[in-house]
Design a protein around this ligand. Structure first.
Ligand SMILES: Cc1cc2nc3c(=O)[nH]c(=O)nc-3n(C[C@H](O)[C@H](O)[C@H](O)COP(=O)(O)O)c2cc1C
Ligand code: SF4
Ligand code: SF4
Length: 284
């Protein structure tokens, strides 16, 4: 694995929703002659969900963190994953982060990772936020323009891929006073036992898709129905992907719509959650 590029992917994904670029950070414009454009090949994708600590097998050419913005900042699991990461030996890697967000506060999601990695002597070289749409149906209905937004994302993401392939650099955004206040207030709702509000209707047929797509193994099927184990990241993957639309968050999510990215299958999410994307016949 010497020299392999690594992309570290968040184990938190509501419905496999894929995001829309915002180009919040403008990359430096490197001279074409010096930009070492290198396609993203030989990539290993690692899910941040499992408890087992991840260890690099050798120095990497690049290391990327891709995760959604939750409550203005990083999901707790991503924070834990990055905190536990041993980056000694990775100082020569190009380090980047890409955050997906719904359209609200997102800067702390990048700033916090950057300061965490900086303490390990490996600050981010590049970071950017990609605007998606909120899958947080606890607060909002799914956007009626979600198909259009998904298409815009696909187009916009190409700019980020281009930046990363060219090893472009950005200054990582700072967290403003409003961002900090928002995050502090919003995180009051991020307890891992918030899953106590999930309810299951009679439509449930015990198929166990909800348990399989949970990136942090927070669901057991007991007596043919899901039971939540209070280590929830609130990604809402279980709720969005239940084939019977049997899961709700109390009464709040009723009639608010569900989302699954058209090109992301449940089978793919399960393979990534279990760190076996090779079973899909491609590496990432
Ligand atoms: C628990 C939760 C909290 C969220 N908080 C924010 C937020 O503070 N700001 C924002 O712009 N989007 C927020 N969102 C929207 C997500 O960032 C968006 O749904 C996500 O990037 C879509 O990707 P995913 O389907 O892979 O999760 C939140 C979503 C969830 C589920
Ligand atoms: S995915 Fe839906 S139908 Fe399947 S076990 Fe879970 S709640 Fe029941
Ligand atoms: S229980 Fe549901 S909302 Fe919580 S982390 Fe698992 S899939 Fe996400």
């Amino acid at each position: 694995m010497q020299g392999m590029a690594q992309a570290i992917r968040a184990g938190v994904h509501a419905g496999g929703a894929v995001p829309v670029i915002d180009l919040a950070n403008k990359a430096d414009d490197p001279t074409e002659a010096s930009a070492p454009t290198e396609p993203l090949t030989d990539v290993r994708v690692v899910c941040m969900g499992p408890d087992e600590p991840f260890a690099f097998e050798g120095p990497c050419r690049s290391i990327g963190f891709v995760y959604p913005c939750h409550f203005g900042t990083m999901p707790q699991r991503v924070r834990e994953f990055a905190s536990a990461l041993d980056l000694s030996g990775q100082t020569g890697a190009y380090r980047y982060a890409v955050v997906t967000y719904g359209g609200g506060v997102k800067n702390p999601a990048l700033a916090e990772l950057n300061s965490l990695l900086a303490k390990k002597g490996c600050p981010l070289d590049y970071s950017n936020a990609v605007k998606a749409f909120s899958t947080y149906v606890i607060l909002y209905k799914m956007s009626e323009k979600v198909t259009e937004k998904t298409a815009r994302f696909k187009y916009g993401l190409e700019f980020i891929v281009d930046d990363v392939c060219a090893r472009r650099k950005t200054p990582t955004v700072r967290t403003g006073a409003f961002d900090s206040l928002y995050t502090r207030l919003a995180m009051k709702n991020c307890g891992r036992d918030e899953d106590r509000h999930f309810v299951v209707s009679e439509s449930c047929d015990g198929c166990s898709v909800c348990a399989a797509v949970c990136p942090v193994d927070n669901i057991r099927i007991e007596g043919g129905r899901p039971a939540w184990l209070h280590r929830c990241e609130q990604c809402l993957g279980c709720l969005h992907l239940c084939p019977r639309v049997a899961i709700d968050f109390g009464a709040k999510t009723k009639g608010r719509g569900r989302y699954k990215h058209p090109e992301v299958t449940v089978h793919m999410l399960i393979a990534y959650n279990n760190n076996h994307p090779e079973t899909l016949g491609h590496r990432y």
